[in-house]
Write a protein that binds this ligand. Structure first.
Ligand SMILES: *[C@@H]1O[C@H](CO)[C@@H](O)[C@H](O)[C@H]1NC(C)=O
Ligand SMILES: *[C@@H]1O[C@H](CO)[C@@H](O)[C@H](O)[C@H]1NC(C)=O
Ligand SMILES: *[C@@H]1O[C@H](CO)[C@@H](O)[C@H](O)[C@H]1NC(C)=O
Length: 259
């Protein structure tokens, strides 16, 4: 019956189907053969480089990135290398679930490669002492000790980190504590935006949360991301604003929860 449907519908259905399949631990491979379309799967450490490409491309134009990584254009390789080291450090399979949407090789991008990524933190499993570590996903390269950070302005990075953590604690960690499934990063490569991949990854998280016995899905949205979350039923609980060191700029975010 499924096979008689049109191909785009089949792909969407299969992605959604896959999400359910992950929950019941049936290997997803059987769907790879059927669809030939986008695949939603768990990421491995081998995907980190591709994930850095996605996040870097997606967030480069954003105002906070330009502000914090003041010298990124001068040191683009350093920026990527720092992000790579930082993500390796927090790619902890114990409590961070990273999922990607991958297009098959036939989609015109050479080898099959992830084009969209979501990183989730399981509140139940994360040690309290590591709660701040979540921010390493948000803050990208800011925290890794394994690179020299020539790409960033250290004063701004430290200030940002402290202000962001304060808001994060106030509205999420102090309220939901270990009972939240926190979406630390959601990004789609700009060449592949507008196809619903981000929505599929968020839906996957919404379906995973109760399986992990977590009551609330939480996130801190950028203005660009906000409409996606609204459309999926998230509700805003606070508008926050991170100010620049010189207090001449303010970067807005929306703290949101589901349900
Ligand atoms: C994906 O990761 C989750 C969380 O670790 C796990 O429960 C699930 O079984 C994994 N799915 C597959 C297909 O490996
Ligand atoms: C880093 O940022 C601070 C605060 O905005 C600014 O005063 C300082 O000049 C910047 N450093 C450099 C090297 O531009
Ligand atoms: C956040 O600000 C928007 C307008 O910019 C408003 O519609 C929304 O209700 C605010 N959210 C909260 C939780 O105050």
């Amino acid at each position: 019956m499924i096979l008689s449907l049109s191909v785009p519908y089949l792909c969407i259905l299969l992605i959604h189907r896959f999400v359910c399949i992950v929950a019941s631990s049936i290997p997803p491979q059987q769907f790879l053969d059927l669809s030939g379309g986008p695949i939603l799967r768990n990421a491995t450490i081998a995907d980190v480089s591709a994930i850095v490409d996605i996040v870097d491309a997606a967030f480069s134009p954003s105002a906070p990135t330009k502000y914090r990584y003041q010298f990124k254009d001068k040191y683009p390789q350093e920026h990527r290398r720092c992000m790579y080291e930082a993500y390796l450090e927090v790619f902890d399979p114990e409590y961070v679930y990273v999922q990607v949407i991958e297009l098959p090789a036939s989609s015109g991008r050479g080898d099959s490669k992830p084009v969209s990524v979501a990183a989730w933190v399981d509140g139940k499993k994360v040690p309290t002492s590591d709660m701040q570590g979540w921010n390493q996903w948000n803050s990208g390269s800011a925290l890794s000790s394994k690179c020299t950070h020539k790409d960033e302005n250290a004063t701004r990075a430290a200030d940002w980190q402290q202000k962001f953590a304060k808001e994060h604690n106030k509205y999420l960690n102090d309220v939901y504590g270990h009972n939240q499934f926190y979406l630390a990063v959601l990004a789609t490569h700009p060449d592949f935006q507008g196809r619903g991949y981000g929505e599929q990854l968020v839906l996957s998280g919404i379906e995973m949360a109760p399986i992990l016995d977590l009551d609330t899905v939480t996130l801190i949205a950028t203005p660009v991301g906000e409409p996606v979350y609204f459309s999926l039923g998230f509700r805003p609980i606070a508008n926050i604003s991170i100010t620049s060191v010189d207090e001449d700029m303010a970067f807005p975010f929306d703290v949101m929860v589901y349900p």
